[in-house]
Design a protein around this ligand. Structure first.
Ligand code: NAP
Length: 490
């Protein structure tokens, strides 16, 4: 008898969870998706040039390898297509409810079940799996005067495709990974482009390549080749990039690589100086892009580093004056430390997740939270990576949750013990001490108090080992009644 499961979100995480349930023959799940289609961040981010700077053969499910990637680094349409095909192939669509936003979830102690509130009503489930991601809510900057702007303005993750940028004056605020991808494309179309940079980022080259027909055929016909290639990308990232973030042997090499890239692509010493970060490489997300710097050297592009004072009806005003614009693009990132916000999640004894996390989100293995029985998180606190594929982490989490299901079906709602959480927190803090993220920079990895709430600090094989199977002693079980799939809609 299978527990009923509510999955929130139909991005990489939610689809992975649903696929593994299907593969296990468990169909008593519902995926709630607030948007009009599957794909999560890959449905939302349609800005020109959107793509992934993790190689495609690693940025995909290990159990659903795809030999036909057309490039080493996949573009957004190709990743979205991959996820759409996964949803079709595993027959997930009938159990995905699109345009249905989960607004609240409350654990009903008398029933031992979750009351899940959506935009279309309330339903009961035994288990809630959050797969909302870390970067699903755009963050608009609180710059004074934004509402007064007379032209078109939109966030990079809400691209307004009705706006033809050809020949127009465009302002892009921000210079993170999203901005770096869209700026080269916008620069080609715009008459004039002003890029507003507050803090420079370290940038390394993206060695993209087209996979021609012969390569794709070889990868299809010789599965061991594809497996080996994927494994090689994975191991390379652990051996070099991770070591750099952990202050290891490759930190100097990564810095050298970034500086060489800057010197090769930007000749003007004044522009170079503006683009040279003053904090250790890796402290913030390293931008991986080969077209960003060349775009900034175009005659129609200006890098503006004077602080923004306000937005006026005519454009962006800095301490040095007004930059007139027809269109403003806010490439200003996401509310990454908010995790499940704004969903109102209430656990045992009326405890609110938002209140529990007021000093920073945390979860045992990034998956389970004390006082919130049968709530599991995918891509939860401290499971983001600065060096490898999040899909790897999601697969570890899904396997772990699948391992929890027989326990909770037998022994009732399971809740991680506070002692297990405390031990987890201590080990995380120890591992975090060695990482570069704390080294005097701001980033979306940290909450307002400066605590790194988003990133995983150890090598990813360690995470795989820790999440191989749940340890029942880390949980208390309610031994409540076992629920079965059934007509629970209200
Ligand atoms: P981001 O890295 O958080 O960058 C936001 C940018 O907006 C920063 O340059 C920030 O400046 C600027 N900004 C924010 N508020 C501002 C204000 N009030 N005034 C001036 N500037 C302001 O956001 P993102 O580029 O969307 O990327 C977010 C994450 O998404 C990445 O780190 C990455 O994990 C993921 N991503 C991945 C890929 C990929 O290829 N895998 C592509 C895109 C995004 P400061 O730096 O000074 O704060």
């Amino acid at each position: 008898m299978s527990p009923t499961i509510a999955i929130i979100g139909a991005g990489f995480g939610g689809l992975c969870m649903a696929i593994q349930l299907e593969r296990a023959g468990i169909r008593s799940y519902t995926v709630f998706e607030k948007g009009p289609g599957v794909g999560g961040t890959w449905r939302d981010n349609t800005y020109p040039g959107a793509g992934c700077d993790v190689p495609s053969h690693l940025y995909s499910f290990s159990f659903e390898r795809y030999s036909s990637w057309t490039r080493r680094y996949p573009g957004q349409p190709e990743i979205l297509g991959y996820l759409e095909r996964c949803a079709d192939k595993y027959g997930l669509r009938p159990r995905i409810r699109l345009n249905t936003e989960v607004t609240a979830a409350a654990f009903d102690e008398s029933l031992g079940r979750w009351r899940v509130h959506t935009s279309s009503g309330e339903e009961l489930f035994d288990v809630v799996v959050s797969a909302v991601g870390q970067l699903n809510r755009p963050r608009l900057p609180g710059i004074p005067g934004m509402a007064d702007f007379a032209g078109a303005a939109f966030h990079s993750a809400r691209w307004d495709h009705s706006q033809d940028l050809t020949g127009r004056r465009v302002a892009v605020i921000g210079n993170g990974s999203s901005a770096a991808q869209l700026i080269p494309r916008v620069a080609e179309a715009a008459g004039r482009l002003d890029v507003f940079q507050r803090t420079p980022n370290w940038v390394i080259p993206k060695p993209d390549a087209v996979f021609g027909g012969a390569v794709r055929t070889a990868l299809r016909r010789l599965p061991f080749l594809q497996r080996g290639y994927r494994e090689w990308i994975y191991r390379y990232a652990e051996a070099t990039l991770y070591r750099a973030l952990a202050g290891g042997w490759s930190a100097g090499l990564l810095r050298r690589r970034a500086l060489d890239h800057l010197h090769r692509q930007v000749q003007d010493p004044r522009l170079r100086a503006k683009l040279t970060p003053g904090y250790p490489v890796g402290c913030r997300r390293v931008v991986i892009d080969s077209a960003f710097y060349p775009a900034l050297t175009r005659p129609n592009v200006d890098l503006v580093t004077e602080p923004i004072v306000r937005i006026t009806p005519a454009g962006v005003e800095t301490t040095a004056g007004l930059h007139e614009a027809d269109v403003i693009v806010y490439a200003t990132g996401f509310q990454g430390t908010g995790f499940l916000t704004p969903i109102d999640v209430v656990g045992r004894h009326g405890r609110r997740l938002a209140e529990e996390w007021k000093d920073g989100a945390e979860a045992y293995l990034g998956i389970a939270v004390p006082h919130f029985p049968n709530l599991f998180l995918l891509y939860g606190p401290n499971t983001n990576l600065g060096h490898s594929s999040i899909v790897f982490m999601i697969e570890c989490q899904v396997r772990y949750i699948m391992g929890c299901l027989p326990h909770l079906a037998r022994r009732g709602p399971m809740e991680v013990r506070p002692e297990a959480m405390d031990a987890w927190r201590r080990s995380l803090e120890r591992a975090m001490d060695t990482m570069v993220w704390g080294a005097g920079c701001t980033s979306w990895y940290k909450n307002a108090a400066g605590r790194v709430t988003n990133n995983w600090p150890s090598p990813t094989p360690v995470y795989r080992r820790l999440t191989r199977a749940p340890r029942p002693s880390a949980f208390r079980f309610a031994r409540g009644p076992v629920r079965t799939a059934g007509a629970d809609c209200r």
